[in-house]
Design a protein around this ligand. Structure first.
Ligand SMILES: [Zn+2]
Length: 612
């Protein structure tokens, strides 16, 4: 993701939805249950509700998101959408195929059906839920802070409050951790703690099947819902989700806005594959992740007076919760297939001026070349397609939706395309294990921008096959590192790996600092080893997610000097660059390990690590 500047101001008023968690239902196993549900041989006493969050204990960045007790395998979206009314119609539903990782009496999904934002926020209703084809009970509850010893149905209202911080604080001095992140309606820094201590909305959709679900079994959940999709008010006051456009909706959702248009397991590390069957009015186009498998036209009916069309997109690779794309509108959609078989899509809203569309097309057409350039660092492209969609709403950021990058406001730019396209490897194929690791993938996407600047310098100096060109490439990276390392003031005061919801997309800790750290890491490992490390991570964690210790271990493996001294120094390097909040100012109040040839104290030449 790359935030635009200035951030979009919001019009909605802050009225947090108050709702109390209700006591959990318990179910005993019914004899003679069908496949997937509990049979006689199972011990009902071992069955329990799935966790209502995947966030770790103590988390204060979207601690309410994700759901435990199962793994998400596939989601099939069956959208029936009236673009003129911006409404999901009867028949609209999603089918989630999951595998139980425990015997489940109940489980949950994330679904923000109503929001503090009464104008652009969602207003949807669940009509029915089935599990393996049988009607299931459902209800909405508030989230509970992760690790609550009184359980996720804790009757204490303080266990269900929003905050930027841990503990909650707020006007009642709540000493407990936050259960959700505030939905701010202002981007003002002075207002960032204004919603601390407000009740979390009841956005956990808890589903109780008629019989418990056996551990290890694959089961399908169908949720039918109607109404208006919308945007989520984020922890920094910006919005994301389903943006209303002239002819439909434009979907761009990081970090949690997918649940504002569909129920899902809303956590980065939960990565099902996707199919989309979008039925919309004739003349409209649906654009989603993966490959367009086809579309079928239907004649007029009660819902679509002028006929309709069902678009089928298939995404065979897993997709993180915030990278699901599904926009509807009057899009001009084209495709071409590269020599290596990768299909490239281009989609633009036809409401964009003809002149601007032509300008956009010139930049979109660079995507294949950018992909080849970035493959030199990250390894072969991980997906069978790639693409760009340019919508008209102003969304305050551009986003790396998997294989279908979103640009808002009708305009694309080359630098941001390098950034978002790099995310296809970093964030999309290898996803961060949780929100606090957002810096990991934003740092690598920032590195792509730095590499692009170096590439331009190289071309100006004679190109990649000349000595002068290669020197210019390296000199550009060094210059860019110095620019960051020289920063003072408050630049180093936030630790990248310990963000608040308000600062999650702060340019200094989440983008520039880790971006510079990767340049330093490339100097430490050497270009060849750095590239090998990146490619190794893609192979090892592709299609899944990675934790910070796993990331650091992967780089440690590629140290040219594997001595214990150098390993320890690299651990120290990561602590300084990723995990440390420094006092104001530069100088000594910033990382004290950099890399060979860079400003600041180098990596080698200290006792125990003398390789150079
Ligand atoms: Zn980004």
């Amino acid at each position: 993701m790359l935030r635009c500047s200035p951030r979009t101001a919001l019009a909605a008023t802050a009225t947090a939805t108050a709702a109390l968690a209700v006591a959990g239902l318990s179910l005993v196993a019914a004899p003679g249950a069908s496949a997937g549900t509990l049979g006689r041989a199972d011990n009902a006493a071992n069955c329990s509700p799935g966790a209502h969050t995947l966030a770790p204990q103590g988390s204060h960045v979207y601690p309410d998101t994700g759901n435990g007790g199962y793994t998400s395998l596939n989601t099939t979206v069956h959208m029936v959408y009236d673009a003129a009314g911006n409404l999901f119609l009867p028949g609209n539903h999603v089918v989630l195929t999951d595998r139980a990782t425990q015997c489940l009496t109940s489980f949950s999904l994330d679904f923000e059906r109503r929001s503090v934002n009464k104008t652009a926020g969602p207003d949807m209703s669940v009509r029915s839920v089935t599990v393996d084809g049988r009607p299931a009970a459902f209800r909405f509850v508030q989230p509970t802070y992760p690790g609550d010893p009184h359980g996720q149905n804790d009757p204490n209202p303080l266990a269900h409050q929003a905050s930027q911080l841990n503990p909650v604080g707020g006007p009642r001095h709540n000493p407990l951790p936050p259960a959700c992140s505030p939905e701010l309606t202002s981007t003002s820094a002075a207002r960032q703690n204004s919603a601390n201590g407000t009740p979390c909305p009841a956005s956990k959709l808890v589903i109780t099947p008629s019989t418990a679900i056996r551990d290890g079994s694959v089961f399908t959940v169908s949720v039918s819902y109607t109404g208006r999709p919308g945007v989520h008010n984020d922890g920094d006051g910006t919005t994301e989700g389903w943006f209303r456009s002239r002819d439909g909706g434009f979907v761009t959702t990081e970090p949690v806005g997918s649940e504002d248009w569909m129920p899902l397991n809303d956590y980065p590390a939960a990565k099902p594959t996707y199919d989309f069957f979008d039925t919309v009015g004739a003349g409209l186009t649906a654009v989603a992740n993966g490959i367009l498998s086809g579309h079928a036209s239907h004649g007029p009916d009660a819902e679509f007076a002028h006929g309709s069309v069902t678009w089928h997109w298939h995404m065979r690779s897993p997709v993180a919760s915030y990278l699901v794309e599904n926009s509807i509108g009057k899009y001009r959609l084209t495709e071409h297939t590269a020599d290596n078989g990768i299909r490239f899509y281009q989609a633009q809203d036809t409401g964009i001026s003809t002149k601007q569309q032509a300008r956009n097309r010139t930049i979109m057409s660079l995507q294949q070349n950018i992909t080849e350039f970035e493959s030199q660092f990250s390894g072969s492209f991980p997906f069978s397609s790639d693409g760009v969609i340019i919508g008209t709403p102003h969304a305050s950021f551009e986003e790396e939706m998997e294989t279908m990058i979103t640009f808002s406001g009708g305009v694309i730019d080359t630098d941001t395309l390098y950034h978002e396209n790099m995310h296809q490897w970093w964030g999309d194929n290898v996803t961060e294990g949780g929100y606090a690791m957002t810096f990991y993938k934003e740092g690598l996407a920032t590195l792509a921008e730095e590499l692009y600047a170096a590439r331009r310098a190289e071309l100006a100096a004679g190109g990649p096959y000349s000595v002068k060109g290669r020197k210019a490439f390296q000199a550009s990276l060094v210059r860019q590192f110095k620019g960051v390392y020289g920063a003072g003031g408050t630049f180093w005061t936030l630790a990248p790996s310990d963000p608040t919801p308000y600062a999650l997309f702060d340019g200094n800790p989440t983008y520039a600092r880790p971006g510079a750290a990767y340049i330093a890491l490339r100097q430490i490992l050497g270009h060849g080893n750095f590239t090998q490390a990146l490619e190794h991570i893609q192979r090892r964690y592709g299609g899944a997610s990675i934790t910070e210790p796993e990331l650091e271990a992967a780089f440690r493996h590629w140290l040219p000097d594997p001595s214990a001294g150098c390993q320890a120094r690299l651990s120290q390097f990561f602590r300084q660059w990723f995990d440390t909040a420094y006092a104001k100012g530069g100088g000594a109040s910033r990382p004290r390990i950099t890399g060979p040839g860079l400003a600041g104290p180098g990596f080698y030449g200290v006792p125990g690590c003398r390789h150079s």
